[in-house]
Structure formats: C-alpha cells, structure tokens
Design a binder for this molecule. Sequence first.
Ligand SMILES: [Zn+2]
Length: 341
Amino acid sequence: MPLVPMRVLLDHAAENGYGVGAFNVNNMEQIQAIMIAATETNSPVIVQASRGARSYSNDNYLRHLMLAAVELNPGIPIAMHQDHGNSPATCYSAIAQGFTSVMMDGSLMEDGKSPATYEYNVDVTRKVVEKAHAAGVTVEGELGCLGGIEDGHGAGLSGDEALQHLTDPEQAEDFVAKTGCDALAVAIGTSHGAYKFTREPTGEVLRMDIIREIHERLPNTHIVMHGSSSVPKHLIDIINEFGGEMKPTWGVPVKEIQEGIRHGVRKINVDTDNRLAMTGAVRRVLSQKLGEFDPRYYLGPAREAMAELVKERMIAFGQAGQADKVPKTGLADMKARYGTA
Ligand SMILES: [Zn+2]
C-alpha cells in the first residue's frame, strides 16, 4: 500500500486506545531499523524528517528510501511526516515530495527560534491546513513552546523558562476551531534533546494535567508529545563506558507516556533515544575492535540497537499488533472526507 495519511493512523489509534511512536530518520540504517521493528511487531509506522534531516540527506534520497520501505513492507501502513515545518513553504515542499503529513510549527517564527504571537500561529497553520487537506494530507500544529533545541529548531528555553510557555487548554480549543488542524503538539514541560530534566520528573515539571484537560475539551484532536524520549540510563552508561562523556540526565518515563496515551496522546516523538542507542553501539565496536574500518561493522550494530529500542517503544505505546487492522484509507479518501466536512 502507498504511504498513508497520518490522520488514518491516529484515528485508528484513538478508536483503539493506543499511541503511535514517530521516529526521526536521516539515513538508510534508521529507516531500516524502524521497518525491522515494525515488521517484527506488526506495527503501523510514522517516520518523520526534520528540516535538518531533509537537507542532510537530500529530499530525493529520503523520498526513495521511503518508497523502498513501502515496497518492501506492503503489509505495514507507513505515514511520512515533516517534523517542525518552520513556514508554509517548507510544508508545501514536503507535500510536493510526497509526505503524507506535515507539522506547521507556528509557535515559533520562521527563524525557528523566536516565539511567535498567537495570531501569527493561527494564520500560518490555517493556511497550511487549507492546502494540505485539499491533497488529503494531515496537519499537526503546535501551541506553546517546548524547551531545548532540536536540529537547530527551538527557542532554546531552559526547563524553567519552558514552564512559562505551557499550552493553555482554553486557547487550544480556540486554536483547533480556527485552524482545523488534525493533531496538536502541546507543551507540558518537556524539552527537546538529551538533557530534559536534572532529576526524575514529578507532576510539577511534567504537567500531565494539561493533557487531560485538552483531551476533555478536544476529544477529536490528536495530542502529540514532543521531546518524549525516555533517555534510559543504560544507554547513557554504554556511551560512557566506551569513552563517551555524557552527564547524568532524565527523560520522560515510559509510564508517564502511557498515562498520556490514556488521555488522548496519539503521537509520541522519539529521536534522542534512537541517537543514544546508535551512538553506544558504534562506540562499543570502535573501542573493542581497534582495527575495524568497515562502516558496515559499526553501522550494522547501530541499526540493530535502534531496532531494539524502537521495538520496545512500539510495544509500550500499544501500536504493536495493529498494522494489519488499520483501514486502508488513502490520500484520495481523506481528500474527499475533508472536502465534505
Ligand atoms: Zn519537536
């Protein structure tokens, strides 16, 4: 089956009470790792590429890697998503490249750094929804600002500063009414990157209550958790054991994500954990086999380590076992659905 609109996966997840991990890709090994995990667990898949990934790997390479994933895995529904589009133009170019979902992040200005006004956010998101829906493509918006920086994108807020930019549930309701976006990324105190929290997060820093309230107000809008890597200690330990120097850090515990899934979270962005898993595997090989110079002998284990991590998340989020149950709804069907809505 061709790439599917992301909304199809999120609707099925909502109807059946599970969440779908969205994993970032920049290269072949990462796409392969995700597809290995998806096949072994029978999971629907969201693959996403940031602007940084698109320029690192080049749109054409990326598109053909995605088409290869589709060709090799006909039984797995795959959505291809633009992560953190900084402008309508970025989203339109993704749609032209065959992405079936885009994020218009109007919480920040086009520079991807300066917090934008609410009016600006509504305006750019509404514009993108109009064009994307006309093609059957899904749109994710963002309200509130997360901490940290991801691939050069982010206001660079510290954890404490990010707490001043949390999503306001009442505003979320207004935002969805005005823009018609399918999914909404919310700021609940998480940050991008490996250094999210300096201690295990409690209810004061990780505001799950905001998710519950948004879900009550907007039961048909899919909530997205960004900055949701769990940063497992054993992955940091492997990196440090083999010559790395990462400081102690805490991410979002998987049980908190599962709590979010019970209250409307349908898409969970995971990038940092995969980076940690791959880096640990590469460091291990290179420090144990000093004569090794064939990239396959360290990229192969890196791919395996990432596949293992992705598999764990797919099981924890509940998407495992669902791939063959997702309805075969394509872009044309969604186009018709939006047109008559
Ligand atoms: Zn993000």
